[in-house]
Design a protein around this ligand. Structure first.
Ligand code: AMP
Ligand code: ZN
Length: 462
């Protein structure tokens, strides 16, 4: 089955074709750093991690950009409440966020642009929108996007803008989907903004939330890129507005694939900071959760279905993680690694099909666990062949590079990879960069990435 995703824009599954062969530009809306991220936020970030790991497994060269929203209504409000500077708040929560990402074994993005460092790009986009007549100024120094000037407004979320009353506009970053309105690209300075202010040709102020992501995505990925993700709550107004701004500013299609993950619920209700029913990662750690068991709870459901996170499900996750770790240890003790000749068992193609079908993680996991049971059965009866053992090792390594469920694993570097690494080192010592690059490509094809550091070659699994 070819790789396909449910594209929110088309409301159907669509075969994935990257803009540039073998490469993927991926933008994921990052955290608003006014507070600790909660497990609901991490449901969305974990889905994005799965997507990225799957693309890497399929050997795509992924350029992943995740922004940090460090100026918006919420961050300013929090800094004011705490009587500290904006950066005091945003630096602190950015750092906690990065620590949580690492602890949860998420592959870091290639670039984490911050909104406050991307203001010039936002200003130039707003200038273009003003020049082209898609935006208008107000007396208070604010600039608004005129939604009726963009015929495709509402296409992503299928809203009808004929309900809009002329002149309706909204200053807030988040607002009701039932009342589509002209929205602020730039908010003229107000006393409550304090020192949070930048100069723009039309007056002092600060950017609206939506223009931040339009600017930060195109800065790193170009005006038209492959995939943009977020949670379903980002669809309106945030992503609808991003599309309007970007397409009108550049006259180009903005994003080819929009992927949105459903909500994580808690005890039957929506989880949110404002309702006070949420878990931080630190609280889950105190309850004895491991990163792997959290990963399991978050990935066992399909990303487009609501899932319920529950403390009671901890031991179910722990059991699965333990079963996998036991399987890993068992294969390791049998030196399965040495029997590997790089081929995969038949079950792998079913697993791959399930993952290619819009990341159907529950079905892919079912295929894997069924297969694991069969292999364990064969080992119990002492009827497993060497080639089956080698294939089992390959599948397990590939599986864990996608899901990250196995604890403290140390997948040994196969001999053939070590040999290539040595050959490459020799080429580098002899300044033979062509050979060195060639071997890097060979390693990549075999699922290993090599980075050159001051301490020498650094090898990691894709
Ligand atoms: P924020 O920090 O509020 O900008 O949110 C960061 C990400 O978390 C966004 O992509 C949201 O869509 C997502 N998000 C927030 N709450 C939840 C939830 N309960 N379940 C899943 N995703 C969520
Ligand atoms: Zn965004």
């Amino acid at each position: 089955m070819p790789l396909q995703f449910y594209n929110t824009l088309k409301r159907e599954k669509e075969i994935f074709q990257p803009i540039e062969k073998g490469k993927v530009g991926l933008y994921t809306c990052g955290p608003t750093v006014y507070d600790y991220a909660h497990i609901g936020n991490f449901r969305t970030f974990m889905f994005e991690d799965l997507l990225k790991r799957w693309l890497l497994h399929l050997r795509y060269d992924v350029k992943h950009v995740m922004n940090i929203t460090d100026v918006d209504d919420k961050t300013i409000k929090k800094a004011k409440q705490m009587k500290v500077s904006l950066s005091r708040i945003t630096d602190k929560y950015t750092q906690y966020f990065m620590e949580d990402l690492k602890w949860l074994k998420m592959i870091p993005a290639d670039i984490y642009p911050t909104a406050t460092e991307s203001i010039p790009k936002m200003i130039s986009m707003i200038e273009r929108l003003l020049e082209k007549g898609f935006a208008y100024r107000e007396d208070d120094g604010s600039v608004y996007f005129n939604i009726s000037s963009f015929p495709n407004y509402g296409r992503l979320t299928q809203i009808n803008i004929s309900e809009q009353r002329t002149g309706d506009r909204v200053m807030e970053d988040e607002y009701d989907k039932d009342v589509p309105q002209d929205f602020a690209l730039w908010k003229g300075w107000k006393e409550e903004d304090g020192e949070v202010v930048w100069d723009a040709p039309w007056g002092r102020g600060r950017p609206g939330w939506h223009i931040e992501c339009s600017a930060m995505s195109s800065e790193s990925l170009g005006d038209n890129f492959d995939i943009h993700c977020g949670g379903v709550d980002n669809m309106f107004p945030h992503h609808e507005n991003e599309i309007a701004q970007s397409q009108c500013a550049t006259d180009q299609p903005f994003v080819n694939f929009w992927l949105h993950s459903e909500f994580l619920m808690l005890d039957g209700g929506k989880m949110s900071k404002s309702l006070g029913n949420y878990y931080r990662i630190s609280a889950l750690k105190e309850l004895g959760f491991t990163a792997e068991s959290i990963r399991y709870q978050l990935l066992a459901g399909h990303y487009r279905s609501k899932i319920t996170f529950s403390i009671d499900k901890k031991h179910e996750g722990d059991k699965v993680v333990q079963r996998l770790s036991d399987f890993y240890t068992r294969l390791q003790k049998m030196n399965a690694n040495e029997s590997s000749i790089g081929s995969m068992p038949e079950a792998y193609s079913k697993f791959r099909d399930r993952m290619n079908d819009d990341l159907d993680s529950p079905q892919a996991l079912a295929v894997f666990f069924d297969w694991m049971k069969t292999v364990n059965g064969k080992i119990d009866k002492n009827v497993i062949t060497d080639s089956e053992l080698g294939e089992a090792w390959e599948f397990l390594v590939a599986f864990d590079s996608v899901f990250g469920f196995i604890q403290n694993q140390d997948f040994e570097i196969p001999n053939k990879i070590n040999l290539l690494l040595k050959k490459r080192q020799k080429a580098r010592d002899e300044d033979n960069w062509v050979e060195s690059d060639l071997i890097r490509e060979q390693l990549k094809e075999k699922g290993w990435i090599v980075d050159d550091t001051t301490d020498g070659q650094n090898l990691k699994k894709v």
